[in-house]
Each structure stands twice: as structure tokens, then as C-alpha cells.
Design a binder for this molecule. Structure first.
Ligand code: B12
Length: 308
């Protein structure tokens, strides 16, 4: 080490190596530092440039995000964790090119083979996280900006639905397992979220019956009673926003107190707390509750909004 280099040699990176690892040129780095008045590198007392490991990683993430199409002006002040999330989402989308191409061509055989390969490589739960969620998000974007036909979206939705349904038998449940039903409220046609929660709850040993989407309240209550369910899982995307929480309050009122009502999905995330209804903002937040139900530790009246 030369005299003018800082002491913590282990976490410092020579300027040229840092630029190479981040994949950007000196010119671009200087332009970003000047234009946005940020410090992305350090200088020794004698003016020699270097970077810390943390700075190299930040620069690498900034480069990945700009490659993903984000404008540097919009991301330069984001925290590292947010940059990492964007970069990961982009990597997942890139990885889905073959799936999206097959969908765009309406090539059902290729689409099916592609998704089957992914589910067998990843297993059902990782398949949902790493394939279904980013894939359906991207399809939603393309559908909205008119670059993907409704037919292509329908083809993918049908194929994902088939594969997730096939996966249900991979989680056999004990005959005395806690029972549940999963569905979407009347008017809600988005069903993949309800299938995902069926799959996840079965992975926790809960015997969840998938009832399909768009079910009127009286049918939900009837199915829950006839199947001996202790929990009703409800997935809400658009309908709950439109109709506010009225139908969910009505469902809570119609269900006997010993049956818990768990509501989740994007349409539930901005719902006001409701007495006797557990609202989950995302799939991760329900894991602890599912573990409790799987081990039969469900409170008599079900949970309420403490999970928010
Ligand atoms: C596929 C799709 C459809 C298909 C659904 C087919 C099917 N068989 O399910 C069809 C064609 C029917 C459809 C119709 C419509 N759609 Co649509 N659709 C989508 C799309 C592209 C994907 C949805 C999806 O399946 N995602 C994958 C699943 C796995 O994700 P998810 O449901 O969010 O579930 C995850 C979490 O939310 C959570 N979760 C879900 N449920 C639950 C429940 C519990 C208890 C828990 C804990 C967690 C949980 O876990 C899952 C895994 O992480 C989305 C785009 C998007 N970005 O979501 C638009 C989208 C949802 N649709 C939209 C719209 C506007 C519509 C229509 C109104 C369009 C129209 N003009 O007709 C209709 C409404 C129909 C209706 N009445 O319900 C909008 C909703 C906007 C809004 N916020 O209100 C979106 C966001 C598209 C957009 N960018 O505008 N759609």
C-alpha cells in the first residue's frame, strides 16, 4: 500500500477496479457526481480517487437500474435496498423473456413447457414468488400499454391457473388437519391470489378447499359450514376497492364466530380495520398466522387486525 492510501485497505477498492466492477466509465461517474451533487467515490489526502466496497455496490446497483430503463435522476437518491429491489425485479423479468415471448406468439405448447420447467426447477412456492408474481405484473403492464393482447393474457392466466391447481396435490394434508376454504368475493374475477393462498396454507398443513373465484357471500358461508372450515381466505384485487368493505362486513356478520375471516390481496391493503377480520397486506405477512392454524393454535373467535 502506498503512503497516501487510506488505512482500511480491506474495504477499499482501487478506482479503476471499482469502475470495472460497477461497469461504468469514469466520464459517466463524473457526470453523475457533478450533475446531482452526490459523492459516489472518495479521495485520499493527495487527491487519488478510490471507492469503498459499499460505494462500488451502490454504483453497480445504479448501473443495473439505469440498464433496466430507470432515469438516473429518479433513482440517484434512493436507498441501496430500494435499488436492490428494482435490480432484482428487472433480473426476474429478464429471466422471463422466453415465457413472455411464448405468450406474445400465443404459442401454448411452448408456454406450457416453459412454465412446467420452471415449476419443477423451483418448486411451487418459489415458482409463485420468482415467476408468477413478476410475470403477471409484467403482463399487467403490457396489457395496459397495449403491447400485449387480451388473448395472450388469458392464455397465460389459464396456464398459470392449471399449473397452480396441479401443484395442490404436492401438499397432502393429514385427515384431522384444520380445514379452510379459499375464494374471491362476488364480482372479483382475479383468482390466482386465492389459488396462491390455497397452496401456501396447504404447505402449512391446513386442508384448504379452493372454491374458485366470484362467489356470493351465502355460498361462501354455506361451503365453509359444510366443509367444517375454521378459516375463510378471501382474495381481493379490484372489487373490494369499488364496493368498499361492505360485502366483507356482511360476510363477517353471516359467518359464525368460530370461523375466522382472513382477507388479503392488493384490494385489501388500503381497507380500514374491520372487527373480526384479519387483513394481510401481502403474502409474507400471513406466514405466522398460517403456522399457528397449521398447529391448531387458532383462537376461538379468529384473529382481528393485529396482523396489519
Ligand atoms: C390476469 C389479470 C386479469 C384476468 C384474471 C384472470 C384470472 N383467471 O385470474 C382478467 C382478464 C379476468 C382480469 C379482469 C380485470 N382486470 Co385484471 N389483471 C390481471 C393481472 C394482469 C394479473 C393479476 C394476477 O393474477 N396476479 C398474480 C397474483 C398471484 O397476484 P395477486 O392476485 O396480487 O396475489 C398476490 C398477493 O396480492 C397476495 N394475495 C392475494 N390474495 C391474497 C389473499 C390473502 C388472504 C393473502 C394473505 C394474500 C393474498 O398473494 C399473491 C402472491 O403474492 C393484473 C396486473 C397485476 N399487476 O396484478 C390485472 C389487474 C389486477 N386488473 C385490473 C383491472 C382494471 C381489471 C378489469 C377491471 C379490466 C376490465 N376493464 O375489465 C377486470 C376486472 C374483472 C373483475 N371484475 O374482477 C387492474 C386493477 C386496477 C385496480 N387496482 O383496481 C390490474 C392491476 C391491471 C392494471 N395495471 O390496471 N384481469
Amino acid at each position: 500500500m502506498r503512503d497516501d492510501e487510506p488505512r482500511e485497505a480491506a474495504c477499499i477498492v482501487k478506482f479503476a477496479d471499482a469502475l470495472q466492477r460497477a461497469g461504468i466509465s469514469k466520464l459517466v461517474l463524473h457526470a453523475w457526481e457533478r450533475r446531482y451533487d452526490v459523492q459516489l467515490s472518495e479521495r485520499t489526502a493527495t487527491g487519488r480517487r478510490f471507492m469503498t466496497e459499499t460505494q462500488v455496490e451502490r454504483l453497480r446497483l445504479l448501473k443495473l437500474c439505469t440498464d433496466a430503463g430507470y432515469r438516473i435522476a429518479n433513482i440517484i437518491s434512493l436507498p441501496d435496498l430500494e435499488l436492490l429491489r428494482i435490480a432484482e425485479q428487472h433480473a426476474l423479468r429478464l429471466d422471463l423473456c422466453s415465457t413472455l415471448d411464448a405468450a406474445q406468439r400465443l404459442d401454448s405448447a411452448a408456454l406450457s413447457a416453459d412454465l412446467e420447467r420452471r415449476v419443477s426447477e423451483l418448486g411451487p412456492l418459489d415458482f409463485v414468488r420468482r415467476v408468477v408474481s413478476p410475470l403477471m405484473d409484467e403482463i399487467g403492464k403490457r396489457w395496459q400499454d397495449g403491447t400485449m393482447s387480451i388473448a395472450a393474457e388469458h392464455l397465460v392466466s389459464a396456464e398459470v391457473r392449471r399449473i397452480l391447481s396441479d401443484c395442490l396435490h404436492r401438499f397432502p394434508v393429514a385427515p384431522d388437519a384444520t380445514r379452510a376454504v379459499a375464494t374471491t368475493p362476488e364480482g372479483e374475477l382475479h383468482e390466482l391470489g386465492a389459488l396462491v393462498i390455497t397452496l401456501l396454507s396447504r404447505s402449512h398443513g391446513i386442508d384448504t378447499l379452493y372454491l374458485g373465484p366470484n362467489l356470493p357471500n351465502d355460498q361462501i358461508v354455506n361451503a365453509a359450514l359444510r366443509s367444517g372450515a375454521r378459516v375463510v381466505f378471501l382474495s381481493c384485487l379490484v372489487s373490494s376497492r369499488r364496493n368498499a368493505s361492505g360485502p366483507i362486513v356482511a360476510l363477517r356478520g353471516a359467518l359464525p364466530p368460530h370461523i375466522a375471516l382472513f382477507v388479503g390481496g392488493p384490494g385489501a391493503s388500503d381497507m380500514a380495520p374491520l372487527d373480526g377480520v384479519s387483513i394481510f397486506p401481502n403474502i409474507e405477512s400471513i406466514n405466522a398466522a398460517l403456522r399457528d392454524i397449521g398447529t391448531a393454535a387458532l383462537p376461538a373467535r379468529g384473529l382481528s387486525n393485529e396482523t396489519r
